[in-house]
Design a protein around this ligand. Structure first.
Ligand code: KG4
Ligand code: ZN
Length: 343
């Protein structure tokens, strides 16, 4: 079955074609980062308008790359939420219109379900059940994933998301938006142990996180030092050390508490090299394995949405899904509220 995936929840237009027997055939992506970086963050109205401009050409490109025609598409999976309402509406309306016109099923996909399942696109893939650490610009959550649509929240951030903390700290260090990748690059030049930042909630006894205090600690550090290129790198490393240690320890605690031995890391911060190295090394010491999506599928993309759609269709059988006669988007949407597809 050939599924067209459409992702437009934030500042990336992502399209993909996934075939349930042949796997991922193609994916195309346009990132609006350059447009928003001028404003230091995503401007929702500009995001929606740009998705409108990009989505059809990207669908055409994806079809061409996969050597398929539009009429061969058998189902549409689009991001229904959470995200920016106007941006979501672009993907949802295109998805619903194509579904109606082609008389094929349309599935509204939860963006975080896409991230959660994205490591299953790689080999070796984890098998259910597993623990997932979801670390994106808007979310930091530990979930137990028992099956498609069966997600149990074990812990989450009480304030800023990990990606948000990276972005805010990067801004304090004079790096552009979004600054996660740039901060991590700068940290490579940092001298280990030069500064020590707090490890928020490391010993809280639960699986929750807090990252907003860290940027304040960084700000205090900046005010106390003469800021040279080297101290900026040292601070970047100290910040990254703190975030990585907390994310690693809490993920390991989630594995111990659940008795599971597979950890999946998803979301943009999952691209962080130090996090990957630390998690893999520490998990291996306990006989656990860590699975990551391919780097290109850590940040937002259409492949994870097409794939989540494929998984849902496979569980329930395509016949239970109908062409769209209307559509809705959920700017806020709790992952635990998702329904397991009926088999
Ligand atoms: O999952 P994602 O693409 O978008 C959301 O759904 O939020 O994640 C974007 C976040 C941004 O905060 C970005 O700074 C962060 O992921 N990020 C990184 C790295 N690459 C992207 N954070 C740390 N290290 C990286 N290498
Ligand atoms: Zn995302």
């Amino acid at each position: 079955m050939l599924i067209l995936g459409i992702e437009t929840s934030c500042d990336e237009t992502g399209i993909a074609l996934y075939d349930t027997t042949q796997g991922l055939l193609s994916h195309t992506l346009y990132s609006q980062i350059d447009m928003h970086s001028e404003y230091g963050g995503v401007v929702p109205e500009l995001a929606s308008r740009d998705h409108i401009r990009r989505v059809l050409p990207l669908i055409e490109q994806a079809l061409k790359a996969a050597e398929r025609e539009l009429h061969q598409v058998e189902a549409i999976a689009y991001t229904q939420g959470p995200g920016l309402a106007g941006a979501l509406l672009v993907g949802a309306s295109i998805g619903a219109a194509l579904s109606f016109a082609l008389n094929i099923p349309a599935l509204g996909i939860h963006h975080l379900e896409g991230h959660l399942l994205s490591p299953l696109l790689s080999t070796p893939a984890p098998v259910f059940p597993f623990i997932a650490l979801l670390v994106s610009g808007g979310h930091t959550q530990l979930m137990q994933v028992d099956a498609v649509g069966r997600y149990k929240l074990l812990g989450e951030t009480v304030d800023d998301a990990a990606g948000e903390a990276f972005d805010k700290t990067a801004k304090l260090l004079g790096l552009g938006y979004p600054g996660g990748a740039a901060l991590s690059k700068l940290a490579r030049q940092g001298r280990p142990g030069k500064f020590k930042l707090p490890r928020p909630m490391l010993h809280s006894g639960d699986l929750n996180f807090s990252f907003s205090g860290l940027k304040t600690a960084v700000l205090t550090l900046i005010h106390k030092q003469e800021i040279t290129g080297q101290t900026r790198a040292d601070i970047a490393l100290a910040f990254q050390d703190a975030v990585v240690e907390v994310l690693t320890e809490k993920s390991l605690a989630a594995l111990s508490q659940s008795g599971l031995s597979q950890l999946v890391v998803a979301g943009g911060v999952g691209a962080n090299e130090q996090l990957r190295q630390n998690l893999s090394a520490k998990a291996a010491q306990r006989g656990a394995s860590v699975f990551y999506p391919a780097l290109e599928f850590c940040t937002d993309n259409g492949a994870m949405i097409a794939f989540a759609g494929a998984m849902r269709l496979q569980v329930s059988g395509a016949k239970t899904w109908k062409p769209a006669s209307s559509f809705t988007v959920n700017a806020r949407w709790d992952l635990e509220m998702l329904e397991t597809p009926e088999s």
